[in-house]
Design a binder for this molecule. Sequence first.
Ligand code: NAP
Length: 480
Amino acid sequence: MQTYRNYIGGDWVEPSSGNYSEIRNPAQLDEGVGRAPLSGIVDLDQAIAAAAAAFPAWAGRAAPERGRILHKVANIIEGQIDAWAAELTREEGKTRTEARMEVVRAVELFRYFAGEAWRVGGDVLPADTPNTLLYSVRVPLGVVAIITPWNFPLSIPVWKMAPALVMGNTVVIKPASATPIMALRLMGALHEAGLPAGVVNCVTGSGGVLGDALVTDTRIKAVSFTGSYAIGHALYQKTAPRLVRTHLEMGGKNPVIVAADADLDKAVNICVRGGFGLTGQACTATSRVIVDRSIAQEFSARLAAAAQKIVVGPGLTDGVQMGPAVSASQRDIDLAFVEIASEEGATVVAGGTAAEGYGYFVKPTVITGVRRDMRIAQEEVFGPVIGIIEVGDMAEAIAVCNDVAYGLSATIVTNDVRNSIRFAEQAEAGMLKVNQPTAGVSIQAPFGGFKQSGSGMFREMGKGAVEFFTQQKTIYIDGQ
Ligand code: NAP
């Protein structure tokens, strides 16, 4: 099993503790994927110091020069897509196809944000006095901290890091403990592309050990976090006193509304892709289906039948359509929610148990008879579990859609433009889809959640990411 080291100041550095965690394939528990450092505060301090030292020179480079390096990183990853995808599957469990899409996404993100180096400008404004030049530019913030979850071990680090870097910031990243290997592999590509020492630093280890020290360090000028509401909410209390710019993207409880007029085959397909794709381990995964009572029985039967047909197994095995939960604890959470739903009076019509295999497999699960006040209707599961809630009309459907603490993504399946417009106007979520799965985002579009799904002030990807990782400077030059 390969032993990885922290990436600090352009070097591969042993953790001061000398300890490592062993990452195992969640679909094949006897297969080791790699050993990742269990770092301490000393390692983190070195990483922040390296990023702070590298900042002036990196910020001082012409932006297109920074963009060229990101293009090189994209080329390096693109040259090894299949190998990276296989490693991603071994580490996180998603299928080869899903992993490949994630690697391709990482390449696209590097290219997209590399391009911003040539595009981001400022404004030239009319001055109040003659012979005066009044303009504004975007400048970097300094050293930024990036904290990422385990479900997209490559693309989430990239969608934060690429805009941060191209805008001239330097980075300290702390990836999730469950999946640190892809982030460390990414460090290798950045190194090979010629990124100057210290511009990116990666320290792996427990968020409980490193988190506070990272986000409260006065050298850190911004924090970009993706993860659970509980951790994000606590983190915000730590950054607020320093007024440090903080971006939080958190959980979801994403609904699909199936209108009475919906094409049922299309609706089932949208729910299967959104709910069981990526093993339901996406912040945008479908976890509630809100269906008109007139079609509920037929729809539920078809969704249950489709769920039962999904082939569950190791993501690198041909024909497998859904991989395992990432860990024993995530599998146990998935199954505990099924039990809670049953105790509260709902009915499991597909799955609901572990699936066979030497890994953390869970069967795609469909639960009917869910009421909007049940825990299965309110709390994020983060697994392949869909609850079906019946409603009497579109007004009730939209009320149920909005009746949760989260607001990340929501879909309606309908052929009636009036339903689509009403949904677009009234649904409370940062991303709304008509006749598309709740999961799936475009890198050029703003991405982020309402309510407890996000801190809301900024958006990720597209222009929002550039805005988060820069501040505006306004310049008045009197030419008299
Ligand atoms: P998590 O437990 O909140 O962890 C996220 C990151 O925070 C990990 O790197 C974790 O480190 C770190 N962390 C833990 N304690 C910390 C502390 N005290 N201070 C600072 N950082 C700390 O989330 P997860 O289980 O990895 O990911 C699943 C969650 O992410 C779900 O809620 C999902 O909806 C959400 N998510 C949201 C989006 C989005 O864009 N909205 C995208 C993907 C996932 P350790 O791993 O070492 O604990």
